[in-house]
Design a protein. Sequence first.
Length: 278
Amino acid sequence: MPLRRRIVRIRSAVRAIGFRTRLGASASLPELLARLGRHYAAEARARGIRLELEVDPALAPDLEGDFGPLGNALRLLLDRALERRTWRVALHVDVVGDGSGSQILHFTVADEQTSPVPDDRRLREASAQVAALGGVVHTETGDDIGHRAIVELGFDLPRPSPCIDVEALRTTLGGDAALREVIVALDHALTRDLADLDALLSRPGADELQAWLHRVSGALGMAEASDLARTGLTLERDLERGRQPNLDRAIRRFAGDAAEVLSMLREHAGPIGYSPGP
């Protein structure tokens, strides 16, 4: 191989490694999409291909998740599309579901080709990486739509730390004796229910989870953790549409917040003479 060609190949490999490193370091979804857009706009121009990047304005800018593996999956799909000898490649990001504390997104990589790929290694690799994140990749092909690879993935919205007003609760209940009784009851109820959650999530169906959310939300309402109680009731209603991975994830987050409320209650329990069990 001529020296000049070897140098060009080495430089190309170094740039590719640098690009993958930058993608992996993306701290937010907007940052990831901006890096993909800049890189592939240049790649498309060099190949005489038009690149379109469209982002749903309903996309929350502060979603939480593991963006590095997603970036690598989208990189594989965009590389795949650019090599299919098409005149247009598009990346569309759409919000297809808003849940309690989460959004479900579609990342659609589209091109104009309808012919199959003989060895779709990149699609298999991207599908495996997305599956590890709890998502799925599916494809569509038609004379009127060309070819589309669609990544479906859910992301969490940031949530404030749960808070309770113990003084307001003491005033509402009428003093330390009543507060002690409520803390004892909440401690027993929440400890038992939080311990049961993993078993409930491992079983199919929604009825038991809805009952669990109703009980825990009621306990949180007694503790004056009103915002968190409302979140639990919203999750209970969301389950009426069936179990989804993003809902299970949101329920786990809710349980973590409930455990934090319980910890706060226990911190205030000492001064009124209650020592929680192990």
